[in-house]
Design a protein around this ligand. Structure first.
Ligand SMILES: Nc1ncnc2c1ncn2[C@@H]1O[C@H](COP(=O)(O)OP(=O)(O)OP(=O)(O)O)[C@@H](O)[C@H]1O
Length: 252
């Protein structure tokens, strides 16, 4: 479990995160939502220890990141799989080589063990063997995301962080990616954090939702409650999306 307690973060005197407290639960897809500039990425990077926070605590089970030395932080980051915005695959490496990359970097596995692990991860994201030796430019955007997810789980992480995993995808493919992340989260009991603007993701997989508004916790809860909160800032965010604005009109 990851628990954030009373976290503050500023840049040059401008407070970007203000008294953020929340828990991210294993086996759940924990969504962080909010407008552009509300502080989602700063929160994710603070949890990873890439930004030093001004005040507060960040607990990975019984370990407080704030008190960890750089060596411990590096070790802890090895337990985190990352899916970056846009996939961020290596263009010059094949699908299989992209997934093998973290195994080459961080393990002493034999060639055969690595090959088995690459196949295991690619099977889990439904990539056929015929695609293993293609390059990222030769596969679709949805497949690229699936390969990025396979690479993120290669080291068997306890935590999976995804920054806008659906950016650039059509709604149908975006749903496939969401459901895939959710099922892997459950199967491997990972604590998954997803930064997203996508209201469809909230409805599909938002079992735990943290809404950040101007650097503060605006609302926390589950997707089943999100359309009836009566929280003005949250409603303005949700109903800025045309589809959901239509739903609100129909409700009235
Ligand atoms: N390295 C930095 N130095 C100074 N200010 C920063 C830095 N990183 C982020 N900020 C500021 O922190 C605020 C929150 O930014 P953040 O990137 O977390 O927003 P976001 O909610 O992730 O937005 P988006 O959805 O557009 O990615 C913004 O005002 C941004 O300009």
């Amino acid at each position: 479990m990851i628990e954030v307690k009373n976290v503050y973060k500023s840049f040059d005197g401008v407070m970007v995160l203000k008294d953020i407290s929340t828990r991210f639960v294993p086996g759940m897809t924990n969504l962080i939502i909010g407008r552009s500039g509300s502080g989602k990425t700063v929160l994710l990077k603070s949890i990873l220890g890439l930004f030093e926070i001004d005040k507060g605590e960040i607990w990975y089970n019984d370990r407080n990141l704030v008190q960890m030395h750089e060596k411990e932080r590096k070790k802890m980051r090895r337990e985190v799989g990352m899916v970056f915005q846009g996939g961020a695959l290596f263009d010059s490496l094949s699908v299989a080589a992209n997934v093998r990359f973290p195994l080459d970097m961080f393990t002493t596995m034999t060639t055969k063990e690595k090959q088995n692990r690459v196949e295991f991860c690619l099977e889990h994201v439904n990539i056929e063997p015929a695609a293993y030796y293609l390059f990222p430019s030769e596969i679709s955007g949805g497949m690229q995301k699936r390969v990025a997810i396979a690479r993120a789980i290669a080291l068997n992480p306890k935590y999976l962080f995804c920054d806008e995993p659906n950016s650039g995808l059509d709604p149908e493919t975006a749903t496939v990616i969401d459901k895939l992340i959710q099922s892997l989260t459950k199967e491997f009991q990972m604590t998954t954090l997803i930064n997203t603007h996508d209201m469809n993701s909230v409805i599909e997989i938002g079992e735990s939702v943290l809404f950040i508004s101007k650097g503060e916790v605006g609302w926390q809860g589950a997707n089943k409650d999100i359309l009836q909160t009566g929280n003005k800032k949250l409603n303005d965010f949700i109903f800025a999306n045309k589809l959901y604005a239509q739903m609100r009109k129909e409700d009235i």
